[in-house]
Design a protein around this ligand. Structure first.
Ligand SMILES: C[S@@+](CC[C@H](N)C(=O)[O-])C[C@H]1O[C@@H](n2cnc3c(N)ncnc32)[C@H](O)[C@@H]1O
Length: 239
């Protein structure tokens, strides 16, 4: 039949798109990631397959196998095509000749900083956003010399464990040790936590935070002092 690769949003179940929720509610098979909100998984009426620790190849096989005969939804955290391996799954479906669609999601990229009062761009402060993964904690796949020189805002996915290495290497390559930074843990969720620190102190400041966490580096981080406290007031005014 078909497979929909659906972005579930960054954690708050209210941040899935209207079309994404429609697909989930019509799913005969739902294959979902660990970070997807339980409330969204509960919306699916049919068979549910948690990704758990299954390797990517096995997930691809499951999508192809069920996708031949059923309406399958592959529900992924954030947006499927932002550090989500959605492209790999789409390629597997193309190779198997199975119809698919991609329904974008609200990526942690902008939603998680926003939930902490940090706009990614801001006139006069940041006109450029650089996104990297800190997955390889030894930094072997990152060009620190280039990253230390980037203007604007630097966002690091999957970087919590690598914070000390990242901070050390950026400073060693010329980044300002006083550069404002923030780590947003479990952003948009009720248990969200945010720490702020100059780059040189980020390792210490972020110790003990829970995953998932997003690192934001740049002068836009300072806006949180003005923008974050307003959020509860806005919410209260809407209710
Ligand atoms: C495998 S990537 C998936 C990204 C996802 N496709 C997206 O567009 O947001 C997982 C990483 O995204 C970031 N992330 C996802 N949800 C988050 C959240 N609620 N709070 C903070 N970081 C989050 C973290 O850096 C986490 O390690």
């Amino acid at each position: 039949m078909s497979v929909a690769l659906v972005g579930a949003g960054p954690g708050d179940p209210g941040l899935i798109t209207v079309r994404g929720l429609e697909r989930v509610r019509a799913a005969e098979v739902l294959v979902y990631d660990r970070l997807v909100a339980a409330e969204l998984v509960a919306e699916a009426p049919g068979m549910k397959v948690p990704r758990g620790s299954l390797p990517q190849d096995e997930i691809n096989d499951i999508l192809v196998r069920h996708g031949r005969r059923r309406r399958v939804v592959r529900l992924k955290g954030g947006d499927p095509f932002v550090f989500g391996r959605g492209g790999e799954e789409a390629l597997a479906l193309v190779r198997a000749g199975i119809a698919f669609e991609v329904i974008p999601g609200v990526s942690a990229l902008a939603a998680v900083p926003a939930a902490a009062g940090i706009p990614l761009t801001h006139r006069g402060l940041s006109a450029q956003v650089t996104i990297v993964t800190g997955h390889a904690a030894d930094g072997s796949d990152l060009d620190f010399a280039a990253l230390a020189r980037v203007h604007g805002t630097l966002v690091v996915f999957m970087g919590l464990e690598a914070v000390p290495v990242l901070a050390h290497n950026l400073i060693a390559h010329g980044a300002d040790p006083q550069l404002p930074t923030a780590v947003v843990s479990r952003g948009t969720r009720e248990d969200q936590e945010v720490v702020h620190a100059p780059l040189a102190e980020l390792g210490e400041a972020s110790r003990g935070l829970a995953t998932p966490a997003l690192l934001v580096l740049g002068h836009v981080v300072e806006l949180a002092a003005l923008l974050a406290p307003l959020q509860p007031l806005v919410e209260a005014a809407v209710r």
